[in-house]
Design a protein around this ligand. Sequence first.
Ligand code: NAP
Length: 323
Amino acid sequence: MKSPATPNAHGAAIEGVPSIASARVRLSGEQTVKPAIAVIGLGRMGSALARAFLAAGFATHVWNRSPDKAAVLADQGASVAQSVSAAAAAAEITIVCVSTYADSDRLLRSPEVAAALRGKLIVQLSSGSPNQAREQAQWAAGNGTAYLDGAIMATPNFIGEPGGTILYSGPQALFEANRPVLVALGGNPQFVGEDVGHASALDLALLGQMWGALFGQLQAAAICRAEGIALDLFEGHRQAFLPVVEGALVDLVTRIRDKRFAGDATTLASIDVHYGAFSLLLQLCSERGLNDLVPRAQDSLFRKAIAAGQRQDDFAAIAQFMR
Ligand SMILES: NC(=O)c1ccc[n+]([C@@H]2O[C@H](COP(=O)([O-])OP(=O)(O)OC[C@H]3O[C@@H](n4cnc5c(N)ncnc54)[C@H](OP(=O)(O)O)[C@@H]3O)[C@@H](O)[C@H]2O)c1
């Protein structure tokens, strides 16, 4: 008999791919039966995921390349599988959390594991690029396996906690059907789109913003050290300055969204004003012999906008040079 169609990574039905109805039926309405879970990869994050499933009362089968990490979880109630295929065969939903998608591919794409996953659901929580997620979803669809891609916006201590946020992309119906399972990993599972690459894309967008702040902090600490300013003093002023920075960020996002690049009455500071102060940062780096690799990269973006005649425009105009 032909299997019912199941949604593909973009939400369209794929003929011949088995339905994930079993997991959906079990989880809808009164949750009397919880699907068995496999967790593949028990590093810091994978172990936290497995612990959260155990705490929520799911039968949890675990596998890790180095067996010692699985043994620790066995003490907490997990069933230790001897192979990835044994873990996947014992479960309805396989959660993968290894270092990279390449590691995941090596683990999942053997004939035994692929067969064990057929007709079931993979939730990929390893970090990857949007295109890697799309490629994995395509492989899963070809294997008759439903697929959700996730990006964990938290450290392991947030997993299973109310504020633990994980972004998911893929078929929305699949996400909604499995929400009761995903909630076990944190109270804040967020669906971010049917394009299966969007969880990873949003992850990288948010992390890119974070690294901007972290590298900025390294620069600030170097300045403080060179000038003999205590970091505790800096920290108090950094926190006081936060509302100004946050306001500028919100303004920047809305201006980029609306393509309002020209300097106008609501412009907070023109490129000219920014660049005047920014040049002093370069000067200080030079005077104190500080590493100026990051400011130099930022300088080249300022210069592109200035060379294009946008000196009096809003800082948001630099967005045009980011593609
Ligand atoms: N930690 C975080 O705060 C955090 C936050 C968000 C997302 N993530 C993502 O979660 C994933 C795991 O992170 P983690 O912190 O758990 O890292 P981790 O502690 O370094 O653990 C890495 C895991 O991947 C496994 N692994 C690596 N290469 C493998 C291979 N070739 N074959 C089989 N297993 C392999 C390791 O197995 P062994 O134990 O045998 O080495 C281990 O289970 C990463 O993609 C990371 O970006 C982590």
